[in-house]
Ligand binder design. Structure first.
Ligand SMILES: [Zn+2]
Length: 261
């Protein structure tokens, strides 16, 4: 390949299928360009990830040597800084978007990659395809010194977390959170307050985080989504998600607000 195709990137992230090339030392996945340009990548495509970094989508699954491996994003969870995790998530979401939009969804013809931004165009029917994110709401419901935590069907390991769900078409985020809480645990809440958001690339959510105070109702779980849900005092919490998740952050903020002197 021609090296100048990658100019002006200083750093390279390499993807193949749904994985990133990682170096065994500390799960490093951001490489100096000289480290990876010597590798045979077949006929790679490259995409801009930020001003200094390009994603190189390789067609070779063979590893350059024993110090390298292919890692999924879940393999890297908790091992990267917040900035690194965000970049790895962006890389795999761009990778996935490109692989999933090779053909136009309206006329079925091959799409073309735009040269000026991350966009795939159908030049036949003039439809364009940008990388997609799915907006989700997530939030902590509180009642005085207690918060409502639920064990989700997908977390059979005993982890108790906040409530979350996808925003439906035509809803705003606050309405979606009120609806999700009512559907999942049968509780009515006061107006939710926005706190923070997080990109969650599994596979492409934007998590919009709220807190909301309890209004009325008894816990009545939807067993298709929730295994168990209870009120927990802030100083007696069950096993909760780690701090790198927005759920973990919402719970920690609540505890901090109660223990502040
Ligand atoms: Zn088309």
């Amino acid at each position: 390949m021609e090296k100048n195709k990658l100019v002006p990137a200083d750093y390279i992230v390499v993807s193949n299928s749904n994985q990133l090339l990682t170096h065994s030392k500390g799960n490093r996945f951001i490489f100096d360009r000289d480290e990876v340009l010597e590798i045979d990548h077949g006929t790679p495509r490259t995409f801009s990830l930020d001003t200094q970094t390009r994603l190189l989508q390789t067609q070779q699954a063979e590893l350059p040597h024993d110090d390298f491996s292919w890692s999924g994003l879940r393999d890297l969870l908790g091992t990267l800084s917040e900035d690194e995790f965000q970049l790895a998530g962006r890389a795999l979401q761009v990778n996935r978007w490109f692989n999933h939009h090779q053909y136009c969804g309206r006329c079925g013809r091959k799409t073309q990659l735009a040269s000026d931004e991350l966009r795939l165009d159908c030049r036949h029917c003039e439809l364009d395809f940008y990388p997609r994110i799915a907006p989700c709401v997530i939030g902590l419901v509180t009642r005085g010194d207690e918060c409502l935590l639920a064990q989700h069907v997908r977390h059979r390991s005993g982890l108790f977390s906040t409530l979350a769900g996808f925003i439906e078409v035509g809803e705003n985020a606050e309405e979606a959170f009120k609806r999700e809480v009512m559907e999942e645990v049968g509780i009515a809440i006061h107006a939710p307050e926005y706190l923070c958001s997080q990109s969650w690339p599994f596979p492409g959510q934007l998590m919009i985080g709220f807190t909301a105070e309890y209004l009325s109702g008894e816990i009545n779980i939807d067993p298709t989504e929730i295994v168990d849900a209870r009120w927990y005092h802030y100083d007696n919490l069950p096993n909760t998600p780690p701090a790198y998740t927005i759920s973990g952050q919402l719970i920690r903020r609540f505890v901090a607000s109660k223990t502040r002197t």
